[in-house]
Design a protein around this ligand. Structure first.
Ligand code: UFG
Length: 336
């Protein structure tokens, strides 16, 4: 049984990935510092899979703690989610973001090198493409200057990993996520936004449940069919499964290069108004919303060309937008 370390394993994408890893028979070790997650997620994961993952409350900025962990546990592969991810906050606190996201990554890679743990998956983002010149976006689209320190940590992170693969045995895959949404079908785990949600779907569900008065639709004058911005919304369970096939690719030595990059999305773009319409249709709830000005830093449209992931990983998003929205709604109702 392969032993996989999942950093940030109690977070939104991390927790769903832990469930899928356990379902596939992997032994899971979670490191999480609970800075943006709660410990009860561990029990929820256990309730879904009937297997308790090993849990370590470690701050990855603590190099000694990371060293001790790797000294004490023989790991076969690492999936690295642990990172701060609020775009706006990263503009306010760039040094916090660079310290947290970059130091943590370096500490993990250093120990992997020492211990010859050679299989690494990095949680990257479509944010590295900025507003791409061509849609859908392939992995060959140029990297654009980052719009935020958060986005920059993803670009720098990829560079650090790539450079490390050149001088060591490390094999790595960066998965560039489009917009992850939804929740596990059990409604036991999902996204837990702290404070006012920045992302569309949690704002939609909190509005529908009455926590927020009204959803602001940021921008209705984009050059898109209905004037609102377009994104590729992918069900978090489909996204989680992409990590499993990527890890299997590394463990079987099937990768073509020591550092590979895959877009992980559905390949389909939806506008904000289409999201609202679909949400109202699947839930039967009327959503209170208002068209307002564009949000600074937002791009017009992004959706993935997933051909490469389909072909090379044998992975494809299977769950529909309606299923994703319904699962997000089911999850929201458990929170209030
Ligand atoms: N939106 C609204 N109202 C809201 C929130 C969002 O209209 O209250 C709109 C946004 O303007 C955007 C779309 O909904 O057009 C999606 O917004 P999200 O904040 O959910 O997602 P983003 O595409 O802005 O951000 C996502 C990830 C980030 C990542 C970024 C890269 O959440 O981590 O993609 O583009 F950096």
């Amino acid at each position: 049984m392969h032993k996989i370390l999942v950093t940030g394993g109690l977070g939104f994408i991390g927790s769903h990935t832990v469930v899928e890893l356990q379902n596939e028979g992997f032994e899971v070790f979670i490191i999480d510092d609970l800075s943006n997650s709660t410990i009860d997620v561990l029990d929820k994961i256990t309730a879904i899979t009937h297997k308790k993952p090993s849990f370590f409350n470690i701050d990855l900025k603590d190099k000694i703690a990371v060293t001790t962990f790797f000294n004490e546990h023989k790991i076969d592969g690492v999936i690295h989610f642990a990172a701060s991810k609020a775009v706006g906050e990263s503009v306010e606190k760039p040094l916090k973001y660079y310290e947290n996201n970059i130091d943590s990554l370096i500490h993990v890679l250093q120990q992997m090198k020492v211990r010859k743990v050679n299989n690494f998956i990095f949680s990257s983002s479509c944010t590295v493409y900025g507003q791409a010149d061509e849609l859908p976006i392939t992995e060959n689209a140029p990297i654009k200057p980052a719009e935020s320190p958060y986005g920059n940590t993803k670009q720098i992170g990829e560079e650090i990993i790539k450079d490390t693969t050149k001088i060591s045995e490390l094999k790595a895959i960066a998965l560039r996520y489009f917009n992850p949404i939804g929740a596990h079908k059990s409604a036991k785990i999902g996204e837990l936004p702290i404070g006012i949600p920045q992302n569309l779907i949690p704002y939609v569900t909190q509005t529908a449940v009455g926590i927020r008065k009204e959803l602001s639709v940021f921008g209705s004058d984009y050059p898109t069919p209905d004037g609102t911005a377009i994104r590729d919304y992918i069900h978090v369970v489909d996204l989680a499964k992409a990590h499993i096939v990527a890890m299997q690719r590394l463990l079987k030595n099937n990768q073509k290069k020591s550092f590979e990059v895959f877009n992980i999305g559905t390949g389909k773009g939806n506008s904000v108004l289409e999201i609202i319409e679909s949400f109202e249709k699947v839930t039967g709830k009327k959503l209170n919303y208002r068209l307002v000005d564009r949000r600074e830093g937002d791009i017009t449209a992004a959706y993935a060309d997933t051909t490469y992931a389909n072909k090379e990983l044998g992975w494809k998003a299977k769950l529909s937008l309606d299923e994703a929205l319904l699962s997000a709604w089911k999850w929201q109702k458990t929170l209030k």
